[in-house]
Design a binder for this molecule. Sequence first.
Ligand SMILES: [Zn+2]
Length: 207
Amino acid sequence: MASKTIKMAQTSLLLTLLSPTSLAAQVQHGGLTVTYSDARDRLQLGAVFRAWDAAARDLKALGLPPPAKVSVFAASGAANFTALTGESANIAASTRGATIYTQRLTALALSGRLPITIRHEAFHTAQPAGTPRWLAEGLARTFSGKANNDPPGLTGLGNLSADELDARLLSRDPARLNAAYTEATRRAGQTVRLKGWKAALAGKLSP
Ligand SMILES: [Zn+2]
């Protein structure tokens, strides 16, 4: 009872943060709840649901079903996204447990990133607890298909330890951050190719 009250208070605080001037809208799609505050984002809901359904099906096939209930909070703009998450404006989305925070859905759609972002964050909702940051990001980018756009060749970060790579993934400098994401994806993707998803998820890394 008490925790439910706290949860409701958190939700209404979030709604206030999401939409300081107008009422946020909330839409249900199976176990997925999407809350948005820019009315134009309604036009993107179909794309969100399609990407979510495909990701959930593919995650289940990997033995990684996403949580039964997942919430998506779409920010009203980049500044609002930063206020909600503390992340910088160039980050598309951020997931904590079963809650996904995204940039404005229309902004993600216009930059061609909406389906891949939903798929990436769907992976984060389903990843095993305790997965190291670099492995989680590398596997999420492999799962989403984003890895296909990575530049070929070495990243120059091949000598970093796992801990050093984790630290680099917290960088605020977009160039350093991109190289770290690419390196994490190269390592994770190699394990998936050589040993399969189950071994990669269990942290059984290829040398
Ligand atoms: Zn991620």
